[in-house]
Design a protein around this ligand. Structure first.
Ligand code: FES
Length: 179
């Protein structure tokens, strides 16, 4: 430890008699490293706790949802796994129900059933044109609302309700479209 790493206190009293704030905000390098390690450990413990609490919250919610016959909360992907303008498909609420998640901006995501409301072909997101296209009969749905805008479909795509928690996107329910 070099001498310039250690400072003397202005009042010249020993460390044990120094106020608490001086220990929490040290100016000496060795103590500074100690505080950084301590803060890092505190951060890791709190983050882990938040993660575990989040997982318990989902298990707890799903327990009651299952009893009520409601769709379960399911993780789709991490926020960073999908770039702006990107999309990915997933199954929800049952394995055979294909859905598509689209990131429309830095902070906005939308998800809809991939099943066209005309004759059930799979719709494809075309983000630059702000639409979903059904290639079977050229049905077109608005990308943000899922409502039909051209072609044979008369009913909107079922919307998947989303929630973002701790950097991940979860499906939390289905909003059926009657019109
Ligand atoms: S099945 Fe989609 S437009 Fe006909």
């Amino acid at each position: 430890m070099s001498s310039e790493q250690i400072t003397t206190t202005p009042d010249g009293k020993p460390d044990a008699e120094q106020p608490r704030w001086r220990k929490d905000f040290p100016v000496d390098w060795p103590e500074d490293n100690f505080i950084a390690r301590r803060d890092f450990t505190k951060f890791m413990v709190l983050t882990s706790f938040a993660f575990v609490a989040g997982q318990f919250w989902i298990v707890f919610q799903n327990f009651f949802r299952a009893r009520r016959g409601e769709p379960l909360i399911e993780r789709i992907a991490g926020k960073d796994e999908i770039s702006v303008g990107g999309s990915l498909t997933f199954s929800y609420p049952e394995e055979h129900r294909r859905c598509v998640l689209v990131r429309t901006s830095e902070t906005a995501f939308v998800a809809f059933s991939q099943e066209c409301t005309h004759l059930s072909c799979a719709v494809v997101p075309e983000v630059e044109q702000n639409r979903f296209l059904c290639p079977c009969h050229q049905g077109i749905f608005d990308l943000k609302t899922g409502q039909p805008v051209a072609g044979p479909p008369r009913r909107g795509l079922d919307r998947i309700k989303l929630e973002i928690r701790q950097g991940a996107i979860y499906a939390t329910g289905v909003e059926k479209r009657m019109v």
